[in-house]
Design a protein around this ligand. Structure first.
Ligand SMILES: Cc1cc2nc3c(=O)[nH]c(=O)nc-3n(C[C@H](O)[C@H](O)[C@H](O)COP(=O)(O)OP(=O)(O)OC[C@H]3O[C@@H](n4cnc5c(N)ncnc54)[C@H](O)[C@@H]3O)c2cc1C
Ligand SMILES: *[C@@H]1O[C@H](CO)[C@@H](O)[C@H](O)[C@H]1NC(C)=O
Ligand SMILES: *[C@@H]1O[C@H](CO)[C@@H](O)[C@H](O)[C@H]1NC(C)=O
Length: 624
C-alpha cells in the first residue's frame, strides 16, 4: 500500500505534464537516448532491475550483418553507409593548419568525395572525417573493439573532484568483472568475470616464439628499448593488458591485445546485451525504438524559469524515420513530424561525445549566450556543456619492407623518457597494416610490404576542443573543433616524437630480406644509418597529420564548485532534475588509450547508482 503512495506522486507529476502540449501519460519509467557503450548496457540493466525502460536509437540494428558481426571487418564497418555518421571536424582554429592534413575531404558536387591537398576546381571543403556509428550498439559496432582500462589516476581524479569514493580505480575494477565473459584466461581469477555479457578474447602470440620470424626481431628490440628483458619477449607478449598488478601504470610492457569479441572472432558489444534483454519481454520491460532521432528533452514547463524551482525533465521529443540526421550520408532533405514521449522517472542522454552536448543545448541546457544566439529558451545556464572536448592524439610510423612481414601483431604500452611523470604515455601496435586516420574509403593499401606502428598518446593534456551549435535545427550537425595541442601541445608532440624514435629503432632491427625498411612517415627513406629526421620535422608531421577517434569529456563530471562541470558524480546534470548523461562525454579527463570498455563500465555503474537511488526512495516511501 505504502508503495502505491509513490506511484500516486508520480501520477501527480504526470498530471502537471499533461498541461504541456500533446501527450498522454508516461509510458515508461526511464527513457535512454542512444544505445552505444554508454546507453545500451544501462537501458538493459534498468529493465533487468524491473523498471520499464525505453531505449531510443537513431540507427537500425546491424547485429546480424557480417560486416559488423565479424570483428575482422571493422574497417569495412566504419566505412559502411548503412550506419555511418560523418562529422567533418576541425583540428585547429586556423583553417590553414587543417588543410595540411593529407586526408582532408572535399565534396566534388557530383556525388563523390575528393580526399587530399589538391582539390578539383569548385570542390567544397568538408573537413576532416570523424566517423561515428548510428546503430544499435553505437560505435562499439564499428570500432576495432580494443579493450583497455584507463590509468588509475583517470578514475581517481573523479574522487578528488567530487568526493565520491565509488569512482576510485580499485572500485571501478568491479564493473569490468561484472560485465566480462573472459575467454582467454584460465578460470578462477578472482578479479575477473567469466559469466558477464561482454566476451573478451585475444589473438595468437605463438609466432613470437619463432626466432626466424622478422616480427620477433622487432618485438625483442622494442622490449629492450622500453626497459624490458628481451629474452622474455615472447612471454611478455602474452601479458594480459587488463591485468591488475601494483604499479601497472608505471610499467612498460608488451601485451596481448584484448578485444570485446569472442574467441571465434565475433564482435561483442551492447548490441548483444540489449538483444538478449529484449529476448525475454515477460521478464524484462525493455522497449527499443530504432530509427528514431531525439530532438529535445522536454521539461515540466511549470518548473522552468521559476525562482527557487529546479527544472524537471519529463520526456523527449522525437522524429521517426531513417537518415534524419544530416551527418548520415544517406540524408537527402527528409524530415518527419515531431511527437513526444514521457518518462515517469528520468531521461538519460547517451548520444556520445558529440550528440549528448548538442542535445542538451537544443533542450536549453548550456552556455547562455550560445543558446540565446539561436533563440533556444534557457532552462539552465551550464557553460561547460560541449567544452573540454578531448581525444587521444594518434599518428603512425609507416615503412615499406623489401618483402612482407607476414605475421605477428605487436602491442606495447610504454613510457617515453620525456614523459612528464612516471606513467606510461604511449600505446602502440605494430603489424603489416596501414592506419593514417579517417576519410571516406580509409585506409590506404600501400602494398603487401606495408608495415605500421600506430601510436596512441594516452594522456593528451589539452582538452581545449568544443562542440557548438550551428543552428537550432536538431537534424543539423554541430561544429566540432578539437583544437589539438592547444595546451601543453609541445610537450605532447615531443612525447609522440620520442615514441616514434623508439619504434623506428625497433623496426630497423629487422634483418634481410625484409630490411631495409623504407620509411614513409614521419621521416622518409632508409633510416638505418641516418637515424631519425630530427625533432622539428617530426613534430611538424604529428602536428599536421595527427588524427583521433576517441572523443570524450564534453559533459564532464565535476564538483559543484567547478563552473565548467556538467554532471555530478552520479551522472546527474547540475541544476536540473530527472536528467543524466551517461556516455563517453562524462569523463572529465581522457580515459587512457581506448574508451569503449571504460564507457561500458560507467554505463553499468550508472545503472547501479540509479537503481540504488530508486530503492532508497522506495524504502523511504514504504516507511511513510
Ligand atoms: C572507427 C572507430 C574505431 C574505434 N575503435 C575503438 C577501439 O578499438 N577501442 C575503443 O575502446 N574505442 C574505439 N573507438 C571509440 C569507441 O567506440 C567510443 O568511444 C564509444 O563507442 C563511445 O560510446 P558512447 O556510448 O559514448 O557513444 P556512441 O558509441 O557514439 O553511441 C551513441 C549512440 O547514440 C545514438 N544517438 C546519438 N544521438 C542521438 C539522438 N539524438 N537520438 C537517438 N539516438 C542518438 C547514436 O546513433 C549512437 O548509436 C572507436 C571509434 C571509432 C569511430
Ligand atoms: C587526489 O588528491 C590527492 C590529495 O590531494 C593527491 O595526492 C592526488 O595526487 C590526487 N589524485 C589525482 C588523480 O588527482
Ligand atoms: C618461422 O618463421 C619463418 C619466417 O617467417 C617461417 O618461414 C617459418 O615457417 C616459421 N616457423 C614455424 C614453425 O612457424
Amino acid at each position: 500500500m505504502r508503495y502505491r503512495l509513490l506511484s500516486a506522486l508520480i501520477i501527480s507529476a504526470v498530471a502537471v505534464v499533461e498541461a504541456a502540449p500533446a501527450t498522454a501519460t508516461a509510458e515508461y519509467d526511464y527513457i535512454v537516448v542512444g544505445s552505444g557503450p554508454g546507453g545500451g548496457p544501462l537501458a538493459a540493466d534498468l529493465a533487468r532491475a524491473g523498471y520499464s525502460t525505453l531505449l531510443i536509437e537513431a540507427g537500425g540494428d546491424e547485429g546480424d550483418n557480417p560486416t559488423y558481426a565479424e570483428i575482422a571487418w571493422f574497417n569495412e564497418a566504419a566505412n559502411d553507409e548503412a550506419t555511418r555518421w560523418d562529422f567533418w571536424v576541425k583540428h585547429y582554429d586556423d583553417p590553414e593548419e587543417d588543410r595540411k592534413f593529407k586526408h582532408t575531404t572535399w565534396d566534388t558536387g557530383d556525388g563523390t568525395f575528393y580526399v587530399g591537398l589538391d582539390p578539383p576546381e569548385g570542390a567544397k571543403y568538408l573537413g576532416i572525417q570523424y566517423p561515428r556509428a548510428a546503430v544499435l550498439g553505437g560505435c562499439a559496432m564499428h570500432n576495432a573493439a580494443v579493450c583497455t582500462l584507463p590509468a588509475d589516476d583517470d578514475w581517481n581524479i573523479i574522487v578528488n573532484k567530487t568526493g565520491d569514493a565509488s569512482w576510485s580505480a580499485s572500485n571501478m575494477r568491479k564493473y569490468l568483472k561484472k560485465i566480462e565473459r573472459n575467454q582467454y584466461l584460465p578460470p578462477g581469477d578472482p578479479n575477473r568475470g567469466y559469466d558477464g555479457w561482454l566476451a573478451t578474447s585475444v589473438g595468437p602470440t605463438d609466432w613470437a616464439r619463432n626466432s626466424s620470424n622478422p616480427a620477433t626481431t622487432i618485438l625483442k628490440k622494442l622490449a629492450a628499448l622500453t626497459g624490458q628483458d628481451e629474452t622474455r619477449a615472447a612471454d611478455l607478449l602474452g601479458t594480459d593488458i587488463l591485468t591488475e598488478i601494483p604499479n601497472l601504470d608505471e610499467t612498460s610492457s608488451l601485451y596481448n591485445l584484448a578485444q570485446h569479441a569472442d574467441s571465434t572472432g565475433k564482435r561483442n558489444s551492447p548490441n548483444n546485451y540489449v538483444r538478449a534483454t529484449l529476448a525475454d519481454p515477460a521478464k524484462y520491460p525493455l522497449t527499443l525504438k530504432l530509427h528514431t532521432l531525439v530532438t529535445r528533452v522536454l521539461f515540466d514547463e511549470s518548473t522552468v524559469g521559476v525562482p527557487g524551482v529546479t527544472p524537471r525533465a519529463i520526456g523527449v521529443e522525437i522524429m521517426q524515420g531513417q537518415s534524419l540526421y544530416k551527418a548520415d550520408p544517406k540524408h537527402n532533405g527528409q524530415t518527419a513530424p515531431k511527437s513526444q514521449i514521457l518518462a515517469a522517472r528520468e531521461v538519460i542522454i547517451s548520444g556520445g561525445a558529440f550528440n549528448s552536448p548538442q542535445l542538451l543545448k537544443l533542450s536549453g541546457i548550456g552556455p547562455r549566450d550560445e543558446l540565446a544566439k539561436f533563440n533556444i529558451p534557457l532552462v539552465k545556464h551550464l557553460p561547460g556543456v560541449g567544452e573540454n572536448l578531448g581525444d587521444n592524439y594518434e599518428g603512425s610510423l609507416l615503412a615499406m619492407g623489401q618483402t612482407p612481414v607476414n605475421s605477428g601483431l605487436i602491442t606495447a604500452v610504454f613510457r617515453t623518457p620525456n614523459a612528464p611523470d612516471a606513467r606510461r604515455n604511449i600505446f602502440t601496435w605494430c603489424g603489416a597494416f596501414s592506419f593514417e586516420g579517417f576519410w571516406p574509403g580509409f585506409p590506404t593499401w600501400h602494398g603487401a610490404e606495408q608495415y605500421t606502428c600506430a601510436l596512441v598518446h594516452m594522456q593528451p593534456k589539452s582538452q581545449a576542443g568544443s562542440v557548438t551549435l550551428r543552428s537550432a535545427d536538431p537534424q543539423d550537425v554541430p561544429e566540432i573543433n578539437f583544437r589539438f595541442f592547444k595546451n601543453q601541445g609541445d610537450q605532447d608532440l615531443e612525447e609522440l616524437v620520442a615514441g616514434a624514435n623508439i619504434l623506428r629503432e625497433a623496426i630497423n632491427s629487422v634483418p634481410e630480406p625484409v630490411a631495409p625498411f623504407v620509411e614513409r612517415h614521419p621521416c622518409e627513406g632508409d633510416r638505418r644509418e641516418s637515424g631519425d629526421c630530427g625533432e622539428e620535422v617530426q613534430k611538424e608531421y604529428f602536428k599536421s597529420q595527427a588524427y583521433s577517434h576517441h572523443a570524450t569529456s564534453t559533459c564532464a563530471i565535476g564538483g559543484e564548485d567547478e563552473e565548467m562541470a556538467v554532471l555530478d558524480s552520479k551522472f546527474r546534470v547540475h541544476g536540473v532534475r530527472g536528467l543524466r548523461v551517461v556516455d563517453a562525454s562524462a569523463f572529465p579527463v581522457v580515459p587512457g588509450a581506448f574508451p569503449s570498455c571504460p564507457t561500458m563500465m560507467i554505463s553499468v555503474k550508472a545503472a547501479e547508482d540509479i537503481v540504488a537511488e530508486r530503492k532508497a526512495e522506495e524504502g523511504a516511501a514504504a516507511r511513510m
